[in-house]
Design a protein around this ligand. Structure first.
Ligand SMILES: [Zn+2]
Length: 437
């Protein structure tokens, strides 16, 4: 099937493009042309020699490169009651994502080629979105012994992280950065000093004191961001900081970039949408690691996104089952099911005037592709037709029961959102569509 996508506004940061109405011709799974009025009339399109051409009228819609989530927990193998590769892929499509990179904290941990190959095989069988496995830095993500990076790369791993846990030993982190750099593999760091965060369940501050909950101080993140910047500088390698949540971490990354250190950073939508005050009712849906912080931190995250200090918005999609969350706050699992709300929360920043839509799509597609060195993030002619059609005016309400993800754990339940992915195309095939599109 070939498609003529007619009359949309096309936003593609990889070409510094934001204009419309434009037509996009998708032929044999690739972007063949982007022009004003590719065919003067519908009859002319029908007369063209392009076989099986379907016309889609996308007036009033925005077309962007397919969104790429560089921080997803798919839970398979081992925790299929929380999510599977299939349900996570379906959630991704509904959220406008055409590619995702999945973290290695499965059971078993993705620290060897058998697990990497399993994820690759399973994702190809599902055939929904592109899935790029991120392998563990250390065996079992226990922080003690490096995994076999070369072997993992051969098997299809595209990056390395012990996400969920930090690499506490600076000597091991140094060797990981050097070894990974020699193979051209990005390293993604979950920055948390476990001695400082030990026992904590929410941000250390006034709200935690009032609730009588043990705190995770901002410095637990900051000292590790600082350490990793020093290591990246010393080893002349690149490091990507996962889920930045504090004002100080933003400042550290900004300063490091100014000094030419190869550091990139991401944040997740909940860090610019909520503060620790959300937890006043002990709602475990807001329990996440790093924790929801303060108004000052939220302001700094937004400024970091605006000025480019933070390169990426990643979902940190962390689906859980009811039994993980419907327990006392202290015992509840950390995490938010984020794939189906990320885009809409990002669009709020556009509505607030903090980001342009081009900046938002850069952070959700072009930059993740660049940092991970994976295909996508562009609508350049000749590239695979991975694209997302967004209806900016669509008003909808977050209903966890309607999630395609198995994880219904969201603090955004009932929120009214404006803007949604209404069609998601992967390799020239429509994998998701809704409404009248
Ligand atoms: Zn993490």
């Amino acid at each position: 099937m070939n498609y003529l996508l007619k009359g949309a506004r096309v936003v593609d940061p990889s070409q510094e493009l934001d204009s419309g109405p434009l037509d996009i011709l998708v032929e044999n799974g690739r972007i063949a042309r982007i022009e004003e009025k590719i065919f003067k009339t519908i009859a002319a399109a029908r007369r063209s020699k392009i076989a099986d051409l379907t016309l889609l009228d996308l007036k009033g819609m925005v077309i962007t490169p397919g969104l790429i989530d560089m921080h997803t927990h798919l839970r398979e193998p081992g925790f299929e009651y929380k999510e599977t590769i299939e349900s996570g892929s379906q959630a991704a499509l509904a959220g406008g994502f055409t590619s995702l990179a999945c973290m290695p904290n499965t059971k078993p941990v993705n620290d060897n080629r058998a697990v990497t190959e399993f994820i690759k095989r399973k994702s190809l069988e599902c055939g929904l979105v592109h899935i790029y496995p991120i392998a563990a830095i250390t065996k079992g993500s226990e922080g003690k012994q490096l995994a076999e990076f070369g072997d993992l790369k051969d098997a299809g791993a595209i990056a390395l992280s012990d996400d969920g846990k930090p690499v506490m030993d600076a000597g091991i982190m140094r060797r990981a950065l050097e070894y990974a750099a020699s193979l051209g593999m990005p390293v993604i760091s979950h920055c948390e000093d476990l001695h400082l965060s030990e026992g904590g369940t929410m941000h250390e501050g006034i709200a935690a004191t009032r609730l009588g909950l043990a705190g995770i101080p901002g410095i637990a993140e900051d000292v590790m961001v600082s350490r990793d910047i020093i290591l990246a500088d010393f080893t002349q390698t690149a490091v990507h900081i996962a889920h930045v949540s504090t004002k100080e971490a933003v400042a550290l990354v900004r300063d490091a970039k100014k000094r030419g250190i190869k550091v990139t950073a991401e944040t997740a939508p909940h860090y610019f949408s909520l503060t620790d005050e959300f937890l006043a009712e002990y709602d475990t849906n807001g329990k996440v690691n790093p924790p929801l912080r303060t108004h000052d931190d939220v302001r700094a995250i937004k400024e970091g996104l605006r000025d480019g200090t933070i390169d990426v918005i990643a979902s940190d999609h962390a689906p859980h089952g009811r039994t993980d969350k419907e327990v006392e706050f202290d015992y509840a699992a950390f995490g938010i099911s984020g794939l189906e709300t990320s885009l809409a929360l990002g669009l709020r920043l556009v509505e607030e005037g903090i980001l342009t839509i081009g900046q938002l799509i850069a952070g959700m597609a072009t930059e993740p592709a660049r940092i991970l060195q994976i295909p996508g993030g562009t609508l350049k002619v000749g590239s695979a037709a991975d694209l997302t059609v967004i209806d900016l005016g669509k008003v909808w309400r977050v209903a966890p029961s309607a999630f395609r993800s198995r994880g219904r754990n969201t603090p955004f339940s009932g929120w009214e959102m404006r803007g949604k992915a209404v069609l998601t195309m992967v390799g020239g095939e429509i994998r998701y569509r809704e409404g009248a599109i």
